[in-house]
Design a protein around this ligand. Sequence first.
Ligand code: NAD
Ligand code: UDP
Length: 329
Amino acid sequence: MSKRILITGAAGFLGSHLCDRFVSEGFHVIGMDNFITGVEDNINHLYKHSNFEFIEHDVTEFVKIEGKLDYILHFASPASPIDYLKIPIQTLKVGSLGTHNLLGLAKAKQARILIASTSEVYGDPLVHPQTEDYYGNVNAIGPRGVYDEAKRFQESLTMAYHRFHKLETRIVRIFNTYGPRMRLNDGRVIPAFMGQALRGEDLTVFGDGMQTRSFCYVDDQVEGIYRLLFSDYVYPVNIGNPDEITILDFAKEIINLTHTDQKIVFEELPKNDPLQRQPDISLAKKLLDWEPKTTRSEGMRITFNYFKSLPEERLYKREHKDFSNHIKR
Ligand code: NAD
Ligand code: UDP
């Protein structure tokens, strides 16, 4: 009988790619999502597989699964700054109550559980690059605090279940990851710049653009998560691509890639926007024999081709149009 895995956040960007991977590896995959930031388009192609099923459910409510369960991947959570600023309470709840429910389910089923954490647990980091033993620099009451603290609580609760209940737990600290199936209008910098290029708009760089990020292509991220799940390491592991770039240089790269002649315009830097971010992946290399393989130029080309292939109405759907003020408070 095949191994059964529950993947929460299945209709989201990362969750849907994880469903693909585990379906193709022959697992029986149960996807779960409440579509708060995900879309069914991301999983429609999976329904034809007999080893995929989907349950629409909010994981902050009791999670019930019939039969045995071997693994849980908890990926449900808004992940884009404009999403979690729009739905701050749900963000706190899914990281805390949702995680509690899934840890309880893992305990009841004696399943191994991997929790999606984030580089945001390091906040606006004072240590660079970020190593797993850095405690971080987070403003709990700032606008991003709803996400950062939910994730920090999630890590803490997970370690408590491991220590107290001897649960098999894994924690991945994901650094900025991108690729096909991101929402064009989710506000994250890659879909934002690519959407602007496709619509012929100026590219909006926040602040002076000197803040840095390090972008990891989704297939590399999925491989790292896959290896971590099957490792025996219980402490957090950074998975990301250390190739760091300033946002201003990145905007220029996008202009070159898209062969557009858009201008760059500068807008106010959102509060507590981290000034630098780069994963130290020594631990993942040693432990998992993992490192990213996809260069930024290759990953961006694939991602841009995906956005270009979307129907025009999705290009102009601006659900967060009047929301930008919230980010800046
Ligand atoms: P996403 O918004 O595309 O996916 C999240 C999914 O979770 C969505 O489908 C949403 O509907 C679902 N969800 C949210 N709350 C839920 C709830 N209460 N019940 C059921 N489903 C719920 O975001 P993503 O980029 O795919 O991120 C997935 C996970 O990875 C998140 O936990 C996020 O914190 C983490 N992460 C992502 C990145 C990244 O760069 N993509 C970086 C760090 C961490
Ligand atoms: N950013 C930007 N213009 C945009 C969207 C984002 O300059 O239109 C910047 C943002 O201020 C941050 C970086 O790009 O410094 C990455 O932002 P994103 O929302 O992708 O995720 P974050 O890494 O901040 O969680």
